[in-house]
Write a protein that binds this ligand. Structure first.
Ligand code: ZN
Length: 244
């Protein structure tokens, strides 16, 4: 059996498969990762996503935030990795997706049960009263965008540096990891805490770990049962081909 056949066997034999994704799953959609050689932080200063700085300079932060997350990321479309994951959910092979990404591409591909560990870029949230607004061109026409109820600054509803993980998403993600008997790690190297603990929890509760990454990660030697060293879309297509 080759690795793809083995992966397909794991999926077929599992009762509760959960997928856990990071930046690597979206790279082929043209969404650059934050870290690494071609990462965003080579071009932009990460200070724009620091909570304290955002509160101090909301207008300046927002100019760059809009450029990266709305003008640029907003145009990204799901790739074959997102689509295969969505099809596997539709066919009952996958129960849930936990993603560290904020790009909405799993939902765009059709995934239903998605936990967004770091929030999302779809909504803006008022820094004063907490009202949420789906992002629109109108809201972003003047920066920083302001709350229609209280007039305070709106912030993207994703997790900034120095900001806590949304409580509910954190709880549900870890619960989901505990339920899994197969946990598929895709495109994430395990450098960002506490997200990197989710696969570790899954493993400790008895899940097998299938890992798809372009190179070895923090997980590979520690918890991974089957490692496929490849780009997400290629690997997922080959695994899918073995499933049917
Ligand atoms: Zn408000």
């Amino acid at each position: 059996m080759n690795k793809y056949q083995k992966a397909a066997e794991l999926i077929k034999n599992s009762k509760h498969t959960t997928v856990f994704t990071g930046a690597g799953v979206s790279v082929e959609s043209g969404v650059p990762p934050f870290r690494g050689e071609k990462g965003l932080w080579n071009e932009y200063d990460p200070i724009i996503l620091e909570l304290k700085n955002f509160y101090k300079n909301p207008e300046k932060s927002w100019v760059t935030i809009k450029e990266i997350f709305y003008d640029y990321f907003g145009k990204a479309e799901p790739n074959e990795a997102h689509r295969v994951i969505a099809r596997l959910e539709e066919d009952g092979y996958v129960k849930a997706v936990i993603t560290q990404n904020i790009d909405n591409l799993h939902q765009k591909a059709g995934s239903q049960n998605v936990f967004e560990f770091h929030g999302n870029s779809r909504d803006l949230v008022c820094t004063e009263c907490g009202t949420k607004y789906p992002v629109t061109d109108e809201l972003l026409a003047e920066l920083p965008p302001k709350c229609k109820k209280c007039g305070e600054v709106l912030k993207p509803d994703f997790v900034f540096f120095g900001e806590a993980i949304p409580e509910q998403e954190e709880k549900l993600s870890f619960e989901e990891a505990e339920k899994a008997d197969l946990f598929i790690v895709i495109g994430t190297t395990g450098e960002v805490q506490p997200a990197s603990l989710i696969p570790v929890v899954a493993k400790s509760k008895g899940a097998k770990i299938l890992e798809i990454n372009i190179k070895k990660s923090n997980f590979t030697d520690d918890i991974t049962d089957l490692f496929i060293e490849e780009k997400a879309a290629q690997a997922m297509k080959k695994i899918e081909a073995e499933l049917y």
